[in-house]
Design a protein around this ligand. Structure first.
Ligand code: AKG
Ligand code: FE2
Length: 305
């Protein structure tokens, strides 16, 4: 009988082919508390739910509470506040606990008082919010945080997906991650038509295009407050990797996007009317889920620096 070929004796490179696992310290299983305040993990890898908090416009939120919420936001990536925590008319004031509001609407997502704008399924025709992105990743100084308030949540569907894009970076093979650290990408606000579809008036369209020229940014961004690295390339705005042939750039970005979408680092936030939500754009990527046709979905939105 012939001897078996040598290759059958060689152990398969099994470990290399397994999905990488994250350090256990990155997962959150326990609630944390400060007095009556409690934060439960929304999922083990991204998000927290705040209970026992009630925003009172006539009383100053204590610095302890404010610092606890801020710290937790940087740790969990997003915080949701259960219905009853914030009154609709106090939403912008509440959001100001985390930063200074600035207007970031457009004719499709108009102002609703103060600096806040709406995302209203009955009026908004652009659907770029259903493509994975980081808010304003095409700007020199993108907003830090985005806050939403559900004036009307659909009965079913219409959730918002979050990816922990710092955890996604840590899922990568270290040598590949180190290569990504060296790359620069081109972001274009209008790549998927956000600008063109938001400004039907040619005059205003010209101005908006002028105000948002393509921008060179690092593929991997470092969080200025925590030092964590985030995959900054996103499907909505990233056009290509500079210095690479188009085909290589497309494939490389495809790999990056696949990691961002790994279920291991993602969760779906499900809306309830009266819930408030805030996320750190320097940690997460996000997108809405368009699976609620025929139902109304009305969110108010504040953008914070
Ligand atoms: O519609 C959604 O759930 C996402 C909205 C969004 O992308 C945003 O408010 O920045
Ligand atoms: Fe967004």
């Amino acid at each position: 009988m012939n001897a078996l070929p040598k290759s059958l004796h060689r152990p398969a490179d099994t470990e290399l082919h397994q999905p990488r696992i994250l350090e256990p310290e990155l997962y959150r299983y326990e609630d944390i508390r400060l007095g009556h305040l409690r934060i439960k993990p929304y999922s083990p890898i991204v998000g927290g739910v705040v209970e026992g908090f009630r925003f009172d416009r006539d009383a100053r939120t204590s610095p302890d509470v404010q610092a606890f919420l801020y710290r937790s936001l940087l740790e969990y990536g997003f915080l949701s506040f259960v219905p009853g925590s914030v009154a609709a008319e106090d939403f912008e004031r509440f959001a100001s606990l985390f930063g200074a509001p600035r207007f970031a609407g457009n004719p499709q997502a108009p102002r609703v008082g103060g600096q806040a704008n709406s995302i209203d399924s009955a009026r908004k025709k652009t659907r770029t919010n259903y493509i994975w992105h980081i808010d304003q990743a095409y700007r020199e100084r993108p907003q830090k945080f985005t806050a939403l308030y559900a004036v009307k949540a659909p009965e079913r569907g219409g959730g918002t997906l979050f990816s922990n894009a710092t955890a996604a970076y840590r899922l990568l093979d270290p040598a590949f991650a180190a290569y990504l650290d060296t790359l620069t990408i081109l972001h274009n606000a209008d790549q998927m038509g956000l600008i063109s579809m938001s400004y039907p008036d040619p005059e205003r369209l010209g101005q908006a295009r002028h105000d948002t020229p393509p921008l060179e940014v690092p593929l991997v961004r470092v969080h200025p407050e925590t030092g964590a690295k985030q995959l900054f390339a996103c499907e909505l705005y990233t056009q290509r990797v500079l210095g690479l042939p188009r085909q290589v750039s497309d494939h490389l970005l495809g790999i990056v996007f696949e990691f961002i979408k790994s279920p291991e680092v993602c969760t779906e936030y499900r809306w309830e009317t009266g819930a408030a939500l805030i996320w750190d754009n320097r940690i997460v990527q996000h997108r809405g889920i368009f699976n609620y046709a025929g139902q109304d979905r009305l969110l108010h939105r504040a953008v914070l620096d």
